[in-house]
Structure formats: structure tokens, C-alpha cells
Design a protein around this ligand. Structure first.
Ligand SMILES: Nc1ncnc2c1ncn2[C@@H]1O[C@H](COP(=O)(O)OP(=O)(O)OP(=O)(O)O)[C@@H](O)[C@H]1O
Ligand SMILES: [Mg+2]
Length: 420
């Protein structure tokens, strides 16, 4: 399914010479998606025009406005156009106060400066979009090694959150910015990708952002990675952070599928995240790499509560247990996701999340538990579908012996427990 960007056709009415210098105003307005301005000479003429026609924004001079004009603004103009910018040469305290009283929310001094005008317009545009000021939650899914299930967890976690919070907008973003798997796993045919977004990031707003994303399962919107190699360099740390703040401003939940390489872009995303889901498996290489990642997170100053360790593909045959993982990592496991090769393979072939393909499976249950741990509370709470998550004791699960058994000695050596 594809979408076409619908440029916002915002209209503006300018009164007299409120917008001097005109070239500056025209440029800033055009950049923010406004049509060519309509003009009238006086505040009284604006009030008359607004009786028969709606405008999104009115820019008017308040420098010489007397009580009669202020009353026109307050009663006639404001009713028809709630977004007004007042301009004047001398911004005295008294003038700004009377403008505010008349319901003019923004004031900019003339001659207009592009930056100041843009800030004022941006604030108004933000107010035009209900719900925009919400600060969404970013959940970053990461693993230092490839193939442990990062993409699977990101896709199904986003689906579970979208299902559990149907009135909230959920974004799934492939932050493996070139050649990521989200579009493949969900069989998307996106018209746009993260590369198109980065080109427009400084003038993005809610409608434009949504139009660049592709509808995915459970009503979520997906921002897929690009196929163009040059996007790799385009999305450096600053651009990545701009993309994240836009997403956070427009979506209550943003789930990121991160690349394994810890470059500046990925570290920036981890920094920005409210929660990090660190995916691991019950194998020696996976746990050792997770150990190193947790040490690094510690050095980066992440609070332990920010990081939720998730064990993927656990099964009864694994020689290592959840309890081993907790001992090795020195922290509880937030969720344990069972190994389910058939469900995963079939869901991928169909291009749908496991959660939609087999909603009743233990694996789907695991994803739902993880979603409610992360999206239900402000900090990840320790929950596990099997109730295995809190203990640090030995010998549960597959019965691997006592803490002094031969296998435990080997495990301690493998994971260098007791050394720094
Ligand atoms: N719980 C699971 N049970 C069975 N198979 C799984 C499970 N989770 C993931 N897989 C499978 O493991 C493979 C790797 O998963 P995935 O692509 O999600 O990992 P990744 O960390 O994103 O990999 P990459 O390094 O390629 O980005 C996929 O074939 C996926 O279907
Ligand atoms: Mg992946």
C-alpha cells in the first residue's frame, strides 16, 4: 500500500504593511506550507473579509491600532482566524500587553527577521494540530550481535502496543537507515522512506510526516529504511536527532529497530530513548556480547531502569537458563520470548507480524507482556510470561546443577564473572 503526500494548503491574510520586508515573509510562509498571501489594506477591511472567508493565519500591524481596531481583532478577526501574528516597529510592554488582551498570541517586531518570524509561525502551526504537544515515548530495540531477533521484537512490540492502545498513534521506524528489514518482514511497498524524510526534516509537521510514512499492521505508521546508499551519510547524528524529535512530537509511541553498529547515530537514538530493549539469547556468544553492551550502557550513564533485557528464542533444550542469564548479566530479565521457528518463518513469508499471524501463540503472549511492561508504565517493570524473571538463584529451568557444579565453573570462566 502506498501513500501520496498531501501538501498542507494553509491560507494567510496580510493587513497593510505588517509583513515588511515582504520577500522574507513570503519565503518563510512558503517554507511552512502557506499559499501565496492574500492582502487587505486595513484591520477593518480584514474583519469584513473574514466574515465571508476563512484564513488559517492573519498577520496584522498593531503599532497604530486604537481601541476600535483592538476590539475588531478581539471580536471579529479572532473568531474567524484563531492564529494571528501582530507586528510593530516599537514593541513596548504596553503594546504587547494590549495585543495579548485582544487575543493576538504572537508578536514579531518589524522589519521582520526570518528566524523570529519562523519561530512564531512554527509555534502557531504546532497549535493548529491537536495533540501535537505530547511528548511521545521512544522505545529503541537493540542488540550488539546480528540475528538475535531485533527486527522481530521491534515489529511485534510495535504491533502489540498499537493493538493495546488503539487511540494512540504508533510509529515503527527502521533506523537501520539503508537496507533494513522492516519493509521486507512486513511486505511493504513504501512510496517514501527515511531518506525522503531527512530532506524535509526542518519543515516537517504532523500531516507531512504522516504522509511520508506507510500504513502498517494494527493502524501503526511505518518509516522504512532507504535503498539508496547515500542516505547512510545524509542521516548523521544531527539529522537523526531531528527525525527523532519530530517523531516524538507527533506519536505517543515510537519503536525503533536499531542497527548493531554503535555509531553516533545509534548512540544518539539510544540516548534519546525512554526505554531500550536489549535483545539477547541463551547462548554464550549472545550473553557475552550483551554483557559488554550493558557495561557500555553503564559507562554511557543509562539508568538500569532504562534498559529491559529480553531473552529471545529460549527453549527447554538450551544448556543455559534464564537464571544463568540473570547471574551473568547481573540484572533481571524483563521478558522471555519462546523459540517458535514455524510461526516466525510462516509470518515472515506472509509479510505479517507473528502477533497477527498467530495471536494465540506463546510467542505472541510474550510480545504482549513486553508491550505492557514498556508502554503501560513509565519505567520497564519486571514481568515475564513464565514468571521466571526476578530470581537470581541457580538451578531452575533445565536443572543445570548447583552453583558449584562443573558446568557452573565453566560458565563463570566463560563469562569472566568475578573479574572486571
Ligand atoms: N522467537 C523466535 N523464534 C524463532 N525464530 C525467531 C524468533 N525471533 C526471531 N526469529 C528468527 O530469527 C531470524 C533473525 O531474526 P531478526 O531478523 O528479527 O533478527 P535481527 O537481530 O534483526 O537480525 P539482523 O542482524 O539481520 O538485523 C529471523 O529469521 C526470524 O524469523
Ligand atoms: Mg534486523
Amino acid at each position: 500500500m502506498t501513500t501520496t503526500p498531501v501538501p498542507e494548503a494553509r491560507t494567510v491574510l496580510i493587513v497593510g504593511d505588517a509583513d515588511e520586508p515582504r520577500e522574507t515573509t513570503s519565503r518563510v510562509l512558503a517554507d511552512r506550507g502557506f499559499l501565496e498571501p492574500e492582502r487587505v489594506e486595513t484591520i477593518a477591511a480584514a474583519a469584513t473579509r473574514l466574515r465571508g472567508e476563512a484564513f488559517d493565519l492573519v498577520v496584522l500591524p498593531i503599532g497604530g491600532a486604537g481601541p476600535q481596531e483592538l476590539s475588531l481583532i478581539e471580536h471579529d478577526i479572532r473568531r474567524a482566524a484563531p492564529f494571528i501574528i501582530g507586528t510593530a516597529k516599537d514593541a513596548t510592554q504596553a503594546l504587547i500587553l494590549s495585543a495579548l488582551r485582544a487575543g493576538i498570541p504572537e508578536f514579531v517586531a518589524t522589519p521582520l527577521n526570518a528566524e523570529e518570524l519562523d519561530v512564531a509561525i512554527r509555534r502557531l502551526v504546532q497549535r493548529m494540530e491537536p495533540g501535537l504537544m505530547t511528548r511521545g515515548k521512544i522505545i529503541a530495540v537493540y542488540s550488539a550481535k546480528g540475528g538475535l531477533g531485533t527486527t522481530s521484537v521491534a515489529v511485534n512490540l510495535a504491533t502489540a502496543i498499537a493493538r493495546e492502545h488503539p487511540s494512540d498513534r504508533v510509529a515503527l521506524v527502521d533506523f537501520v537507515v539503508v537496507g533494513g528489514d522492516v519493509r521486507v518482514v512486513l511486505d511493504l511497498k513504501p512510496a517514501y522512506d527515511i531518506g525522503d524524510l531527512v530532506m524535509k526534516v526542518d519543515r516537517i509537521d504532523g500531516p507531512l510526516l504522516s504522509s511520508l510514512m506507510t500504513p502498517g499492521p494494527a493502524g501503526m505508521l511505518v518509516l522504512p529504511s532507504s535503498d539508496r546508499p547515500e542516505v547512510q551519510d545524509l542521516i548523521e547524528a544531527n539529522a537523526a536527532s531531528a527525525i527523532l524529535s519530530q517523531l516524538r512530537a507527533h506519536f505517543p509511541y515510537v519503536v525503533l529497530d536499531l542497527e548493531h553498529y554503535l555509531g553516533e547515530r545509534t548512540i544518539g537514538a539510544l540516548d534519546a530513548a525512554d526505554h531500550i530493549v536489549l535483545v539477547t539469547q541463551l547462548s554464550v556468544p549472545a550473553l557475552r556480547s550483551t554483557q559488554r553492551t550493558l557495561n557500555l550502557f553503564n559507562r554511557l550513564g543509562y539508568a538500569p531502569a532504562k534498559v529491559a533485557v529480553v531473552v529471545n528464542r529460549s527453549n527447554a533444550e538450551s544448556p543455559l537458563t534464564i537464571s544463568d542469564a540473570e547471574t551473568v548479566l547481573g540484572r533481571p530479565i524483563t521478558a522471555k520470548l519462546p523459540n517458535d521457528f514455524t510461526a516466525c518463518a510462516d509470518a515472515t513469508t506472509k509479510g505479517v507480524p507473528v502477533l497477527e499471524y498467530e495471536p494465540g501463540s506463546a510467542l505472541s503472549n510474550g510480545f504482549r507482556h513486553l508491550a505492557s511492561a514498556l508502554a503501560g508504565a513509565s519505567e520497564p517493570t519486571v514481568t515475564s510470561p513464565t514468571g521466571n524473571s526476578n530470581g537470581h538463584g541457580h538451578g531452575n529451568g533445565t536443572g543445570n546443577g548447583t552453583s558449584h557444579s562443573e558446568s557452573d565453573v565453566r560458565k563463570r570462566r566463560l563469562f569472566r564473572l568475578g573479574r572486571s
